[in-house]
Design a protein around this ligand. Structure first.
Ligand code: MRU
Length: 374
């Protein structure tokens, strides 16, 4: 049984009994496995910012549910007033975190659905009902997509393989069985014996706290290592492939993911270890050509200076705390999406994959810059 990361409670809009979101409180893992109830838009923004819910696809699902929290009592409004209110809700949710494009993808999908309904003459009640359908479709779609990526990715995993992953791109980062961890779960279902090195992932330790917990819960053999050990275990010939998730992928195939991923990719290249990214098409930003254009979240310095429940760095020290980095396409062996494996990604292959998924690429910036290192 995989962990249920988040879900909507309350099937349809019901004025008398408003629905709400139940989610695993991920900041407390692994010592406590508790759920929290999220009942308003500000509470959802807080849950996303605090990383109570985290991982790009889960943030997208949370955003869809966040819209429901903001509009479920608005069915009495005229369509125009409802759309205006929706814009405010979307803007508030969009400010929660800047990097994972799934947040903006889901919010835009919700807004477009509401506009299309209004244009077709729907009243407030119908628009709200349609938004419920859309949010649940995002949730269900994510579950299906994870399974599909798992099936495609499992073909790259041989019996007896030893893999390495960074951060957490598992069930706890999605509504389904994860992205980077999905191929591992499917490989296990297929009877393959696998072993996984999990980078601890400084500073918030998603690898130590969440990936290690999740893989152990699923009965997968996992070894926790410090981030600095990743190159070492590769040099020892103990890693057959790296699987990571992503927060945003550009049309050029540059991959943004948790800080430290770029170093893992460089080490993988140095040791001829294949470096795979597993991500749904909703993580591809069809408007960006280069990784340099991706907004990189910077977190509070205390996340670095106050680890382990106490101050660990001198008072007053300068801190630089980017939460993500960009791995240039050149270092990526393949991107596993729900429409197939994109080997050695480049713009033509990325655009072809998007079109297979029914998405039209819309590059809005000139191709002047490339990701660091490219
Ligand atoms: O800061 P986080 O924990 O939200 O960062 C998560 C990651 O970097 C994941 O690897 C990424 O979102 C992919 S999750 C399927």
């Amino acid at each position: 049984m995989h962990i249920e990361t988040l879900r909507w409670v309350g099937e349809r809009p019901d004025q008398a009994r408003p629905g709400y979101v139940r989610m695993v409180e991920q900041t407390r893992l692994p010592l406590e496995h508790i759920e929290i109830e999220v009942r308003s838009v500000p509470e959802m923004v807080d849950a996303i910012y605090r990383l109570a819910v985290r991982g790009a696809p889960a943030i997208g699902v949370a955003a869809g549910f966040g819209v429901l929290l903001g509009i479920q009592d608005q069915a009495h409004r005229e369509p125009e007033a409802l759309l205006e209110h929706l814009d405010g809700v979307v803007e508030t949710l969009a400010a929660a975190r800047p990097t994972a494009v799934n947040l903006f993808w889901a919010l835009e999908r919700m807004r477009e659905r509401a506009r299309a309904e209004a244009q077709a003459g729907a009243d407030g009640e119908r628009i709200v009902a349609a938004l419920f359908e859309e949010a649940l479709a995002i949730y269900e779609g994510d579950r299906r997509t994870c399974r599909r990526m798992g099936e495609i990715g499992a073909e790259l995993i041989a019996d007896g393989a030893s893999l390495l992953t960074h951060c957490n791109a598992g069930a706890l980062a999605t509504a389904g069985i994860g992205t980077a961890l999905a191929p591992m779960y499917v490989a296990k279902e297929q009877g393959k014996r696998i072993h996984v090195f999990a980078d601890e992932t400084r500073p918030l330790l998603q690898g130590a706290r969440i990936t290690a917990f999740e893989l152990m819960h699923a009965g997968i053999d996992v070894t926790l290592i410090t981030d600095g050990s990743a190159a070492r275990v590769m040099s020892e010939g103990r890693v057959d492939a790296v699987f990571v998730g992503s927060d945003r992928i550009t049309l050029g195939g540059d991959v943004c993911n948790k800080i430290g991923t770029y170093g893992v990719a460089l080490a993988a290249q140095a040791h001829s270890v294949p470096f795979y990214v597993v991500a749904p098409l909703s993580t591809v930003d069809p408007s960006l050509l280069s990784g340099r254009e991706i907004p990189i979240e910077e977190r509070a310095p205390e996340e670095i200076t106050e680890g382990l429940g106490r101050r660990i760095a001198p008072e007053g020290v300068a801190v630089y705390a980017p939460a993500f980095d960009v791995t240039p396409a050149e270092l990526v062996s393949g991107i596993i999406t729900e429409v197939g494996l994109i080997e050695r990604p480049d713009r033509a292959k990325m655009e072809a994959a998007l079109r297979r998924g029914g998405i039209e690429p819309t590059p809005s910036k000139p191709e002047e810059s490339r990701a660091p290192g490219s």
